[in-house]
Design a protein around this ligand. Structure first.
Ligand SMILES: Nc1nc2c(c(=O)[nH]1)N[C@H]1C(S)=C(S)[C@@H](COP(=O)(O)O)O[C@H]1N2
Ligand SMILES: [Mo]
Length: 430
């Protein structure tokens, strides 16, 4: 253990230790058999029995929800199904990988052979390098728990907006995993970023090769080149075998099936960051590169379409998250926002991770409106929909009529419990 740690420290101090792995001169240094001959065990996965790889109880039916994302359809066929996490059934803060949300942009999930996959880092660098998976896995790694959220979460296209009933439909484009990988700062140190290298472009290996720009300051801060998710290899839908994790930034920055990072001198307005992932304001101007996600929260139980069996004790619980660090406080109102009381934050409360909150409630059987409001470590407070309207200079009917894309919508979510115990989404009713 000790010798391994000092070995890692030696590695970190040795500067350009990987310089020999220059493009075109890549060798396997893992000491394992070269790629080729025998088929990988993974390909036999369909034959695996539940003893080899466990399956959940047949009584458990919670699943992702598919819907065709109209915004993507606008950009060009074929449309990609977008899968939403069943937050109403979630417990704790970790999303099981088979329930992690999925947002893709028109390409089928690539079936990448990890032995054939590599990551190229080039552009404004002293030594362009090509890393195989085995080479990346030899490097000092970290594991961190972070949420992902699509910038378009909680704001559906017009035709679906008013019909969204459940928390899966309203907020299901956020999930939280433990991610394992190599800090991007380490790789950038190895390639040697040149003066003027102020942004990176990250590119995926799918047919359409989604690419996304990230400022160098963030790239050198806490970004991970991840190969692990919740203790195993990243799932194909999440970017197998390699993805970027850009903690707290909107989902689009977290490039899946990562194959190339180019160090550049400015954001290059890649297709999606310059089109659907902009915030279109009422006056027709667009806000670009709104990277960090705002403080947010939602009550997951009781939530839309659930039914309380009757008056008496119910625990109100939900999730809070912020791209700007840790959640400091969550308050809950059971009277439509007239009074607020602190919810209990469940440990661990981690930066840029889902935070579980809990609040004891005795329902008297009368109509009630339940809401949660988060505050992050910078003191940023989650706004009401009315506060967002003041900020945008619009009236409530704006949201119900505009076809403008609204990103980063983080309004407080109200759930109304009627006297029959049914729970309803009433966000658009005020
Ligand atoms: N290569 C690639 N990376 C991608 C995307 C994509 O379509 N292709 N979608 C992005 C968007 S918009 C989001 S919200 C997240 C979704 O990550 P997930 O599907 O693992 O939940 O991945 C991002 N990374
Ligand atoms: Mo997204």
């Amino acid at each position: 253990m000790h010798s391994q740690q000092s070995g890692r420290r030696r590695f970190l101090k040795s500067g350009a230790a990987l310089a020999g792995w220059a493009v075109g001169a890549v060798r396997s240094v893992s000491g394992q058999a070269p790629a080729g001959s025998e088929p990988p065990a993974a390909l036999a996965g369909s034959e695996a029995s539940s003893r080899d790889y466990g399956v959940r109880s047949g009584f458990e039916t919670s699943g992702r929800l598919t819907h065709i994302q109209a915004w993507v359809a606008n950009v060009g066929p074929p449309v990609a199904p977008a899968l939403r996490t069943p937050l109403q059934d979630s417990v704790g803060i970790i999303t099981p990988a088979p329930l992690h949300y999925v947002v893709d942009h028109g390409s089928p999930t690539p079936g990448i052979d990890p032995r054939q996959h590599s990551l190229l880092i080039h552009g404004l660098v002293d030594r362009p390098l090509l890393f195989t998976l085995d080479e990346l896995k030899r490097l000092p790694a970290v594991s961190r728990i972070h949420f992902l959220a699509c910038a378009g979460n909680s704001y559906l296209p017009l035709e679906q907006r008013q019909n969204a009933k459940t928390v899966q439909e309203t907020h299901g484009w956020t999930s939280c995993s433990e991610w394992t990988g190599v800090p991007l700062s380490l790789l950038l140190q190895e390639v040697g970023v040149q003066k003027g290298g102020t942004w990176i472009q990250a590119e995926g290996a799918e047919i359409r090769k989604l690419a996304s720009s990230i400022p160098m300051a963030k790239a050198l801060d806490d970004v991970l080149v991840a190969y692990g998710q919740n203790g195993e290899a990243i799932r194909p839908e999440q970017g197998y075998p390699l993805r970027l994790i850009v903690p707290g930034f909107e989902g689009i920055r977290n490039v899946k099936w990562l194959r190339r990072i180019k160090v550049v001198d400015r954001p290059y307005m890649m297709k999606y960051e310059g089109t659907i992932y902009t915030n279109l304001r009422p006056d027709g101007t667009a806000r670009w590169f709104q990277l960090e996600l705002e403080t947010n929260s939602v009550i997951t139980s009781p939530s839309g379409e659930q039914r309380l069996p009757g008056p008496g004790f119910h625990e109100i619980t939900g999730l809070a998250w912020s791209g700007g660090g840790a959640i400091r406080r969550v308050e809950v109102s059971t009277d439509g926002g007239r009074t607020w009381k602190d919810a209990q934050l469940q440990a661990p409360v981690l930066a840029k991770a889902h935070t579980r909150f809990r609040f004891p409630w005795n329902w008297d059987g009368k109509e009630a409106v339940l809401q949660s409001r988060s505050t992050n470590e910078w003191g940023e407070v989650q706004p009401t929909k009315a506060a967002l309207e003041r900020m945008w200079g619009v009236t409530p009917d704006y949201w119900l009529t505009t076809t403008n894309r609204i990103q980063h919508f983080n309004a407080i979510q109200p759930w109304k419990v009627t006297s029959d115990g049914r729970v309803h989404n009433v966000i658009w009713e005020t």
